[in-house]
Design a protein. Structure first.
Length: 287
């Protein structure tokens, strides 16, 4: 990429980023469809506004999904553990990044084998099983995922989902020991996710810095999520958006920002809120 092309990108880059959770937010809680969000997705694409998934999913799971979404923007995987930056959109590798096929990889968490190594001795005192201990059929039964999706979900690189089978008091002791080993946990719907000392909010902060460094301007961030593991991301955003869920209560935020709450569930609510905030953003530019 020539310097003139890079400068054109700097001037053309929109000052807005949309960072979103997937399951239960952009993807329907039951069907995993994003059909009801197509209007807003199309508007983002036409406007050139980056759509950045920030999800518990693996990079293997994201590749086919991003193709379906027709996006080639960065994505954040395994609850903030790593940022993948398309090399054709970022002319220079960020400091400390590595190459991963067509991406620059910015690791924020801990690699998978190190996590497994730290979990293994704890099996002598606590009762739990992770994806590393399971066959694909069991993961399929526990998650409801199909064949290829199971394979993709089991390609962990930075976190381990655990099925906790011990007492609640034992879990508290277990989490305390993980914290001492520089690990943290996030409770999902069924699994207790173990990862390095990071979260979706820290990953969003790092992404914001990367965009500012590359494009030379500050970006406003819209973040959308539906559950407790999205709280750090939502609190780090300029415009936090909570999407209603048919399966659980709204997460509670502790910030002094205006929080948008959708009227509808899942992708329908996502569509509603993104369209409204884009109108607000464009009206602000015209003032």
């Amino acid at each position: 990429m020539s310097p003139s092309e890079t400068n054109n990108i700097h001037h053309a880059a929109p000052p807005l980023l949309v960072v979103t959770d997937l399951d239960g937010t952009l993807l329907d809680h039951f069907s995993y469809s994003f059909d009801k969000a197509r209007e807003a997705l199309g508007r983002l694409q036409v406007s050139g506004i980056p759509l950045v998934p920030n999800t518990s999913k693996t990079s293997a799971e994201l590749r086919p999904l991003r193709k379906d979404l027709a996006t080639n923007d960065p994505f954040i995987v395994e609850n903030g553990s790593a940022i993948f930056l398309p090399r054709d959109k970022f002319p220079m590798p960020p400091g400390g990044s590595a190459f991963s096929q067509d991406y620059y990889l910015v690791e924020l968490g801990m690699n998978y084998q190190d996590i497994i190594d730290r979990l293994t001795p704890l099996k002598e005192r606590f009762v739990f099983r992770g994806f590393n201990d399971m066959e694909a059929n069991e993961v399929r039964q526990l998650t409801g995922l199909g064949g290829d999706q199971v394979t993709q979900a089991m390609k962990r690189r930075f976190s381990e989902p655990l099925l906790w089978e011990d007492s609640e008091s034992a879990q508290e002791e277990f989490i305390a020991e993980l914290n001492q080993a520089d690990l943290r946990t996030l409770q999902g719907g069924r699994f207790l996710h173990v990862l390095g000392n990071t979260d979706k909010g820290q990953a969003l902060d790092r992404l914001r810095i990367l965009y500012a460094q590359v494009f030379g301007i500050s970006f406003t961030v819209i973040a959308l999520g539906d559950s407790d593991n999205d709280v750090a991301m939502l609190e780090a955003a300029d415009w936090p958006v909570i999407i209603r869920s048919p399966s659980h209560e709204l997460p509670e935020l502790h910030c002094d920002k205006t929080v948008t709450v959708s009227e509808h569930n899942g992708p329908e609510g996502w569509n509603e809120c993104v369209l409204a905030l884009l109108d607000k953003h464009l009206s602000g530019i015209g003032e």
